[in-house]
Ligand binder design. Structure first.
Ligand code: HEM
Length: 227
């Protein structure tokens, strides 16, 4: 038992934790994208608001949320540790970066892209999570999202952050499987393709919201805001 616990304080152990928490966060992203897609139903935001209210009222979801925030915290703390460690011992890097060839800047700068995502998350949670989930401000969440994306800087911040998120996921996905021992060259290629595909879907999916609402494409903004 003690031996197993000690393992998590080694660099290999920390990489495994990064991988496991990263993959857990990925499942959250899939659920979150699904929920947000309800904003496109052109029903005045009803389905999105109902889904959001269901999340608030479910005890199970509240417990999952605690696990989610713990996952983020562990991922961030280990990420900072590994970034500093890699900086000190420049030779120790995720080996996968030698395989990937392309995008090595991103693979070398997972700490930096992670920091940008963290900054995005702080702004994001301050806008939506804190007022509506914690202080239960009585409003239509769909209305708040649609009006937030009418702002130039807010929409731009989201688009830039989603591009960074895409690159973080692209490299993170491959690294996660590598850290979990799927080093066999047979798996590496399909894993890389899968990771890139997943990163692209998340990037395009999430970036679509600021773009669709800012430009009011298909009237998604007018449908919810009424103007
Ligand atoms: C770009 C499109 C996005 C929109 C429109 C959006 C919208 C929202 C909204 C309205 C909430 C409040 C809670 C609710 O859903 O009922 C929320 C919560 C949250 N968002 Fe996002 N989000 C986006 C992207 C992201 C991304 C890319 C991440 C992670 C990197 C993220 C992480 C979170 C977290 C951690 C919460 C709090 C937990 C939760 O409520 O489930 N969001 N988001």
């Amino acid at each position: 038992m003690i031996h197993a616990l000690k393992m998590f304080y080694t660099t290999v152990g920390r990489k495994m934790i990064m991988a496991l928490t990263g993959l857990f966060l990925v499942t959250f992203l899939i659920e979150h994208l699904y929920g947000n897609l309800l904003l496109y139903k052109l029903d005045g935001g009803v389905a999105f608001n109902e889904y959001s209210e269901f999340l608030v009222s479910s005890l199970f979801i509240r417990v999952v949320e605690i696990a989610l925030f713990a996952g983020f915290l562990i991922h961030i703390i280990d990420g900072i540790y590994l970034t500093l460690y890699n900086r000190r011992a420049r030779k120790i890097r995720y080996e996968v970066e030698h395989v990937s060839g392309l995008g090595t800047w991103f693979s070398r700068n997972m700490g930096l892209t992670g920091a940008v995502i963290f900054f995005f998350l702080v702004v994001h949670l301050k806008s939506f999570f804190v007022p509506y989930r914690i202080f239960h401000t009585d409003t239509s969440l769909a209305y708040e999202v649609a009006s937030a994306f009418r702002s130039n800087w807010y929409a731009a911040l989201y688009v830039v952050s989603m591009v960074i998120l895409g690159s973080h996921l692209n490299h993170g996905f491959q690294s996660a499987f590598h850290s979990l021992g799927f080093n066999n060259i047979k798996y590496m290629k399909p894993m890389k393709t899968l990771g890139t595909l997943f990163a692209l879907i998340m990037m395009i999916g999430f970036a679509s919201f600021p773009i669709m609402f800012y430009f009011d494409i298909f009237g998604v903004g007018t449908d919810i805001l009424g103007h």
